[in-house]
Design a protein around this ligand. Structure first.
Ligand code: IPM
Ligand code: MG
Length: 356
C-alpha cells in the first residue's frame, strides 16, 4: 500500500527517536512491499524558533493531508519561561484539538525480559497488560483560563458528547480484550466526574452489555495501579487524570522510554508519539531509548494503515531485541554497558528483515 506520513520531530530527543521510528517504518515498507512517503514539518520549540508559532499553518496542512502523524516530543528549558506568551506544548495541544484526536490509547505492558528494570517487585508487575484510554481534547486542559497578579483559574468542563465518544472507544477495545473497564474519576468531589460516571455507565450498559464496568476514584486508582496492576484491563479516564496515571503506570513497564501511544478521533488521521517528553538533559547524545517511538510506529501501522501483521512484526522485533539484552542507558542493568539509539534501531530492523 501507499501511505504518506508526516513526521514532527519536535524538540530535545524528539529528532533522534523519530529518526529511529522512520528507519523502522522504511524497513517495514521494504520487507512487506509498501510505499511510505515521509514529510517533515515543524512543531513545538523548533517551530517557535523558526516562525514564532508552536504550530505553524503549514504543519497543520501537512497533518491534515496525510494518513498518519509520527511525533517525537516538544518542550525544553529554552522555551519554559513562565511568562512566555507562546509555549511548545501549545503546539501539541492545538494539534490534538485541531485534528479532533479525542482518544489517547496508552498500552502499558511489562515485557518479561526487562522485568528487572522496574523499581517494583517482579512478582507484582509480571503479566501487566493494561490499555489506558485517556480523553484527550477536553477537561481542564482546554477549559477557560485566566490569570491576574493574584489569582488564576483553569476551568474543567466536559460535555456528555465528549464522554460518550471516548467511552465507545474504550468499549470497543475492551471487547477485543478481557472485557473489563475500570473508569477513573473523582466523583466524590467533582461535578464533571459525576457526569462522567453517569454517561460511562449508560454507554457501557446500553452498547457494551458484555463489558463489566467498575468505577474507581482517581486517588484509589493511583494506589491500586501499584498494588495489583495485573487486575486492570482497560482503564478509562479523563484528560489530566490520564496524563498523571500513565506516567505512574510507565514504571510498571520499567521506563518512560518504552511506552507508545496513539491519539485517534473520528477522522482518518491518527497521531502517534511516545509518552515520554523531550528529555533535554540527554538530547543530542544519541542515547535516548527509541522503543517508545518504534512501538508507536507499530500502533500507526495497526490503527491508521490497517497493517496488523506488520505492526505485530515490529512489536515482536522490539521484544526480541530487548530480550537479547540490548539496552539503552535508561534500562541498562547496573554495571552493564548500554547501547545507543541507533544501535537499538539497527537491532530491531535486523529482526524485522530476518523474521519476515
Ligand atoms: C503527554 C504530555 C503532554 C500532556 C504535554 C507535553 C502537554 O505530558 O502527552 O502526556 O500533558 O498531555
Ligand atoms: Mg504526560
Amino acid at each position: 500500500m501507499k501511505a504518506r506520513i508526516t513526521v514532527l520531530a519536535g524538540d530535545g530527543i524528539g529528532p533522534e527517536v523519530t529518526a529511529a521510528g522512520v528507519r523502522v517504518l522504511e524497513s517495514v515498507a521494504g520487507a512487506f512491499g509498501h510505499e511510505f512517503e515521509f514529510v517533515d514539518a515543524l512543531i513545538g520549540g523548533a517551530a517557535i524558533d523558526a516562525s514564532g508559532s508552536p504550530l505553524p499553518p503549514r504543519t497543520v496542512d501537512a497533518c491534515r493531508s496525510c494518513d498518519a502523524v509520527l511525533l517525537g516530543a516538544v518542550g525544553g528549558p529554552k522555551w519554559s519561561d513562565p511568562s512566555a506568551r507562546v509555549r511548545p506544548e501549545q503546539g501539541l495541544l492545538e494539534l490534538r484539538r485541531t485534528l479532533g484526536l479525542f482518544a489517547n490509547l496508552r498500552p502499558v505492558r511489562t515485557l518479561e525480559s526487562v522485568l528487572d528494570v522496574s523499581p517494583l517487585k517482579a512478582e507484582v508487575i509480571s503479566g501487566v497488560d493494561i490499555m489506558v484510554v485517556r480523553e484527550l481534547t477536553g477537561g481542564i486542559y482546554f477549559g477557560r483560563k485566566s490569570r491576574t497578579a493574584l489569582e488564576a483559574e483553569d476551568v474543567c468542563s466536559y460535555s456528555a458528547h465528549e464522554i460518550e465518544r471516548v467511552t465507545r472507544t474504550a468499549g470497543r477495545l475492551a471487547m477485543q480484550r478481557k472485557r473489563r473497564i475500570v473508569s477513573v474519576d473523582k466523583a466524590n468531589v467533582l461535578e464533571t466526574s459525576r457526569l462522567w460516571r453517569s454517561v460511562v455507565e449508560r454507554v457501557i450498559s446500553e452498547e457494551f452489555p458484555d463489558v463489566s464496568l467498575e468505577h474507581m476514584l482517581v486517588d484509589a486508582a493511583a494506589m491500586h495501579l501499584l498494588l495489583r496492576p495485573t487486575s486492570f484491563d482497560v482503564l478509562l479516564t479523563e484528560n489530566m487524570f490520564g496524563d498523571i496515571l500513565t506516567d505512574e503506570a510507565s514504571m510498571l513497564a520499567g521506563s518512560l522510554g518504552l511506552l507508545p501511544s496513539a491519539s485517534l478521533g473520528d477522522g482518518r488521521v491518527g497521531l502517534y508519539e511516545p509518552i515520554h517528553g523531550s528529555a533535554p538533559d540527554i538530547a543530542g547524545r544519541g542515547i535516548a531509548n527509541p522503543c517508545g517511538t518504534i512501538l508507536s510506529s507499530a500502533m500507526l501501522l495497526r490503527h491508521s494503515l490497517g497493517l496488523e501483521r506488520e505492526a505485530a512484526t515490529v512489536e515482536a522485533a522490539v521484544e526480541s531485541s530487548l530480550s537479547s539484552g540490548l539496552r539503552t542507558a535508561d534500562i541498562a542493568r547496573k554495571g552493564q554497558a548500554s547501547i545507543g539509539t541507533e544501535a537499538v534501531a539497527d537491532a530491531i530492523i535486523e529482526r524485522i528483515l530476518t523474521v519476515h
